[in-house]
Design a protein around this ligand. Sequence first.
Ligand SMILES: *[C@@H]1O[C@H](CO)[C@@H](O)[C@H](O)[C@H]1NC(C)=O
Ligand SMILES: *[C@@H]1O[C@H](CO)[C@@H](O)[C@H](O)[C@H]1NC(C)=O
Length: 411
Amino acid sequence: MILSIVAVLVYIISYTSAAAESESLANNRRSLYREYKNQLDASLEKLPSGSTLDDEELYNDYIKQLAGYCQVSYCLNDEGGLAELKDNEFVFPDKLVPYTPINYKEKYLDSSGHTNIRYNLTKLFDNVEEPGRIITHGGGEGYMLLDHKLRTINIVFRGTREFSQWYTNLHFKPGRYRPVMNSSEYWDQINYVHKNVLQENMAQNMEHHNYFDCSLSYAHAGFTYVARGMALQVHNELFKWLQEFPDYKVLVTGHSMGGALAQLTSLDLHILGIDNLMVSFNAPSVFSHTLAAAYNNLVDQSSNSAALRVYHFYDLVPRILPYSLYRHVGVPIVTFKRELPHAHTDFRVTSNSRLHGSSHEFEPADIDETTSFLAQGIKDYLKELWRRRPEILDPFYHRHLVVFFSACNDC
Ligand SMILES: *[C@@H]1O[C@H](CO)[C@@H](O)[C@H](O)[C@H]1NC(C)=O
Ligand SMILES: *[C@@H]1O[C@H](CO)[C@@H](O)[C@H](O)[C@H]1NC(C)=O
């Protein structure tokens, strides 16, 4: 185990140093670096305080249920199906079953006439008239699910299938956030009876929150690109369902990179005036401070919306991006417990999490410079982590949160 961590670490360090060809740090970069370092130090030293999560219903109906949906998202296959397709059937790996909150169990008669139990992923869609539609585009994948029992429309994004990709695929470049809906090309492709209402909402929100036309309004460029590529498909599907079930709650969720896509998608929906509940699991931060403030304002102004950020304190992913550039959103719900199962009482709700970042605003001067600077910063950070908290580099924490997130064929 230790050896594999060292291997990962060496890999990260060689990767980041290759990306970072900067010789001397300019003054502004130096102060950015200091801030980055301070934030990280602070977040390492102090465990966030807070009170125990006492809302069992919230935990079961939303956090656990949505974690289950995220878990299933790792079973999407390349043919656009859900799950590993074995003999044309969806089979959920037995090893994951003890950890899943969703009941896939069914009895069946095997070839010798014995009653057996098997786990049928299709059960997930039992109460769905139309199967969840798979969203696939340029690196992002997910599915949508109507739940007539809880009266919800669920948008579920998958993270990277290979968990190790996390350590090599970190493109943390910031890019200006421009809502994909702010163009006539977008609206030409939207079919929805209430299209005009959405357009008015958007105009109002973008004017009212003048955050958007501002150079400080940036987001993680890689995730933004992926989310944008999926937006039309997701929105059209959502509008179709909203037309039929206008009173259903819209839930947006994802684990890891999927959580990043959930945040970006949730923001788009808020700009259109569509209330939604966003729940992310061990997700990285994606919004600049300005954009995060815009997001929080939009959530606050809508009485039927909320955002929850569920994470493991020792997971690297939520803390890898510098807090001085990217800010988390959502009410932080954190656990320190290593092994599953996780009960609601294993979580704390914190409001003063250090992972929120500082309130200090600054403009990333030159994006290429910032990027190479960050590569250096992250390299130092990882070294420091290795020295002080090597457990944080253990991907275990990334995968064990509420449920066991695992690539479907990898257990
Ligand atoms: C799985 O469940 C679905 C829906 O309940 C059912 O139609 C299908 O036949 C089941 N698959 C197997 C292999 O039993
Ligand atoms: C929205 O579109 C208008 C017109 O093309 C443009 O001037 C404005 O900058 C856009 N705003 C954002 C935030 O992209």
